[in-house]
Design a protein around this ligand. Structure first.
Ligand code: 26V
Length: 867
């Protein structure tokens, strides 16, 4: 029945067979150490290259390899600290050690025939990889020693690595934490993403305004990646569809006259924590097909040939930097389809390399986890590959699709829900449109069967939103095509079931589930906060690194005065470190004894950085009025990027910077209040910031933040949260206890109940503190030379239709801040709360999250390496 995917239909070279997926490595105990060896199982013309023994994990051997790569590969003689070469040479030395594990993991995957998980995501916000790799391999001390013999400080080498900023924020960073946890749990998970030439833009602050600059992160090369040209895939765009009746009387569909683009994979190793597993992140890069170029070249049109090449490569040129607002750009849809198609083809090829054309067990052995709707076109693409390329019948293909796809939703905001114009699909992906129409027709038949005559329900649930410009609702496509739909925190999953996806939850209650997010404690505690990490390990041992539930044992030390003193000592050292950096970046001195009050995350109205500004102005006003005696010295630190097209968010950055400038240049404020905007906030910045935070600002309008993960990083590092009952804050508060969390604000039900009769003007007038704050802002006190710049921002607070209800929560926020202030004055009690926060963070490890995914969605067996 089925034919092989590929060859003529894809214009590719024949399928790679078993042993070309299998870069055969021989383990240390092998008796046969000859170099070239004809394999019995391998076909004719295959030679197994047996590896030399594993490289030792000693400082001597690392130094030897460093020297080798520095001199012989990179061609350098002199070590200059600021050059990229020492960093690159270290990576090559480390990579040798990863390669051995990578090969063994690949072999185990083939041998065990495990169920495999493909995590499909348009974003993997990896940050830097070196320190994490050394930690997981267990060679940080040895590498430090090797470098120190050359007079190099390992920290300086770390600093030379550029962040892989292939993501916007929470969703992308979550994917990166997932990979670390899956490798550590030996779960057979491969990440599929896009190798953007330009990652998240760099943010410069110019006169308080955000200026975006490109992020050419690949300019000096990315020494971690391995290009795997042999696994390139062909991706179709455009063209038209035709059909014919085959010899057995079946109608077959062809997608012809397409403009094809090649997807070239680059693999990045993902080491588990000291378990010898090394998983893969496979990033696709777009390239022109050779045929495409040649045709036009031969026709004498060199210019067109180059233009075609550029157009192909454009697909993976740049990450879209607008988190949480969808704007239907065609290139973005191309990126989505490009990722989905390449990754599915890759999975099918791997299957065929082991099982030939027998797809009977495919659905039992593969799961595709969709990271939001961004890769949701995979539902239709898998149908296309199975039906058109592998000649399967609809029902069989739909059964496989519905048993392999699982969808995670990451936002309730209506403006983030992806809808693509039908017309765009028809132009770009005509065959996929036909398939989506067919899925929809069958789905609507199912609704009609269940609710006869309910045309209103059909209109609501249809995959096609009718209107002047009909749109495809990607979330609905994902739900219909998946066996699992999950939210990312308890509250969020409930709101999905009761609100956004209510009709679907009524139809298929069994599909809906929750998987509360987490973060990896390897990066977000062990690596970024070595001081605290050592202190914790001295107290309770080091099991917490792989089993964060153990960190609960810190509770026994929360009242221990000596332990509290050491805890404070570490926090202070981290604050000194951050303070230095803040001064380098902004020129502002920040006394480390101050309370470090931190809000770092993407700029968005729903996250309410503006509420934070209102509080800052309130403190400033109190101190100026001589009403600040009770106030502890405080440094308000805010960081984050605004989407380049998001005017209100950009204006909020300007507002933060202007308020900061007035505060920081007022001599009365010195030693009492500082305010800093941290420029170009990214993963590496968070690694410096979260160990130094005292107070973690999680102040979104209830019901808007799906989960939050920064909240978990801060908690893990001993910061105390001031927050609303939103996202995972709810679970954080439950875990740490209400005494160790500063709660404020309306809850979801209260927010909903207030809509329609919200009167911000009245709220402002009735509150003298609030009135003074708004008056100061409206008077132009913070924008003397730029009248009117804050009009829009300030008007939004007074708007009865303000969706974020900033004014509604002002009073309760200021009161909660006063409680935080009072608590900070009691040094011992604050330290106790801080310890209890870290101690209660056990649930918020992605190790737990990944176990939940695996136990309840994936059901994959861990990888067993050959001993
Ligand atoms: C949407 C779009 C629209 C098109 C342009 C590019 C783009 C990029 C991202 C998004 C959606 C972002 C959704 C998101 O990041 N959600 C966050 O997910 C975190 C992990 O689950 C969660 O902790 C945050 O609360 C949630 O806001």
């Amino acid at each position: 029945m089925a034919t092989r995917l590929g060859d003529e239909s894809l214009g590719n070279k024949p399928l790679e067979n078993r042993s070309s997926e299998n870069t055969s490595l021989e383990n240390r105990s092998s008796e046969n150490r000859s170099l070239g060896n004809r394999s019995d199982k391998a076909g004719i013309g295959e030679i197994e290259l047996l590896q030399s023994p594993d490289r030792p994990m000693t400082a001597d051997a690392i130094l030897e390899d460093f020297t080798h790569y520095f001199g012989r590969l990179l061609g350098r003689r002199t070590i200059r600290t600021r050059s990229p070469y020492p960093y690159q040479a270290v990576v090559f030395a480390v990579r040798d050690r990863l390669m051995e594990r990578w090969g063994k993991t690949r072999m185990a995957l083939e041998r065990n025939n495990n169920r495999r998980v493909a995590y499909l995501s348009l974003e993997f916000l990896m940050g830097r990889l070196l320190r994490n790799a050394l930690l997981n391999l267990g060679v940080e001390a040895e590498t430090r020693e090797a470098l120190s013999r050359l007079g190099l400080e390992i920290e300086e080498v770390y600093e030379r690595e550029l962040d892989a900023g292939l993501g916007n924020g929470g969703l992308g960073r979550l994917a990166a934490c997932f990979l670390d946890s899956c490798a550590t749990l030996s779960l057979p998970v491969i990440g599929y993403g896009i190798r953007y030439q330009y990652g998240m833009f760099h943010q410069r602050i110019d006169n308080g305004y955000q200026v975006e600059e490109p992020d050419p992160w690949l300019r000096e090369g990315f020494p971690w990646e391995v290009k795997r040209f042999e696994f390139a895939k062909r991706i179709k765009f455009g063209g038209r569809t035709t059909s014919y009746v085959d010899s057995r009387g079946e109608t077959r569909y062809l997608w012809v006259d397409t403009h094809d683009v090649m997807a070239i994979p680059y693999d990045v190793p993902i080491p588990g924590y000291r378990n010898d597993v090394c998983n893969t992140l496979r990033l696709w890069s777009a390239a022109a097909t050779d045929a495409f170029n040649l045709e036009e070249f031969n026709a004498g049109d060199y210019g067109d040939a180059v233009a075609a090449k550029n157009e192909a490569e454009n697909i993976t040129m740049v990450l879209y930097p607008n988190a949480e607002t969808y704007n239907g750009q065609e290139l973005r849809l191309k990126q989505q389809y490009f990722l989905a198609s390449a990754s599915l083809q890759d999975t099918i090829r791997f299957w065929q390399s082991l099982h030939g054309d027998d797809f009977a067990g495919f659905a039992d052995k593969n799961v595709f986890q969709l990271n939001d709707t961004h890769p949701a076109i995979a539902v239709a693409e898998l149908m296309r590959l199975l039906i058109d390329e592998l000649h399967m019948g609809w029902d069989e293909a739909w059964d496989i699709t519905g048993r392999t796809m699982a969808y995670t939703n990451h936002t309730l905001l209506p403006e983030a829900l992806e809808k693509w114009p039908v017309a765009m699909f028809r132009r770009l992906l005509p065959r996929l449109l036909e398939i989506i129409y067919e899925i929809n027709a069958r789905f609507i038949a199912e609704i009609s069967h269940r609710w006869p005559g309910d045309s209103e329900r059909i209109r609501r649930m249809s995959l096609i939103q009718e209107g002047d410009e009909p749109m495809i609702r990607m979330a609905y496509l994902a739900i219909v095509g998946s066996f699992s739909v999950n939210g990312v925190a308890g509250l969020h999953s409930r709101l999905l079931r009761e609100g956004l996806f209510r009709d679907f939850a009524e139809l298929w209650p069994h599909k809906f589930n929750n998987k509360t997010n987490g973060v990896t404690q390897r990066r977000w505690l062990a690596a970024c906060n070595p001081g605290l990490s050592d202190l914790i390990t001295e107290a309770i041992g080091d099991d917490w690194v792989v089993d964060l539930s153990q960190i609960g044992r810190l509770r026994d030390h929360a009242d221990d005065r000596e332990f509290q003193r050491l805890w404070r000592h570490v926090k202070l050292a981290n604050k000194v470190r951050l303070s230095r950096r803040l001064t380098e970046l902004t020129g502002i001195e920040v006394p480390p004894a101050m309370m470090f009050d931190v809000q770092v995350k993407r700029l968005h109205e729903y996250k309410r950085q503006l509420l934070n500004v209102l509080h800052a102005v309130h403190l400033y006003d109190r101190i100026r009025r001589g009403d600040g005696d009770e106030l502890v010295p405080r440094a308000i630190i805010i960081g984050g990027k605004a989407a380049p097209g998001y005017a209100m968010a950009k204006r909020t950055i300007k507002c933060i910077n202007n308020v900061a400038r007035v505060i920081n240049s007022d001599p009365i404020m010195a030693d009492r209040l500082r305010m800093i905007f941290y420029p170009d906030y990214n993963v590496s910045a968070m690694e410096l910031i979260c160990p130094a935070a005292d107070l973690s600002e999680q102040i979104s309008t209830a019901g808007k933040e799906a989960s939050g993960t920064g909240n978990m990083k801060f908690m893990m590092n001993g910061a105390i949260t001031i927050g609303t009952l939103d996202g995972a804050n709810v679970e954080i508060r439950e875990a740490v206890g209400e005494d160790n969390f500063f709660l404020f604000g309306l809850n979801v039900e209260e927010v909903q109940a207030m809509r329609g009769h919200y009167r911000p003007d009245d709220i402002i007038d009735a509150d003298s503190d609030f009135s003074r704050v708004v008056k100061l802002l409206e008077s132009g006190h913070f924008n003397r030379f730029e009248p009117g710049v804050f009009d829009d921002v300030l008007r939004s607070i007074r708007e009865p239709s303000d969706p974020w209800m900033t004014a509604a929560d002002f009073r309760s926020y200021v009161d909660a801040q006063a409680r935080a202030n009072a608590a900070f004055r009691d040094v011992d009690d604050w330290t106790r709360k801080s310890i209890l926060n870290t101690a209660a963070s056990g649930r918020f490890s992605t190790d737990r999250t990944m176990r939940d995914y695996n136990d309840e969605i994936w059901h994959a067996d861990p990888i067993v390496l050959e001993v």
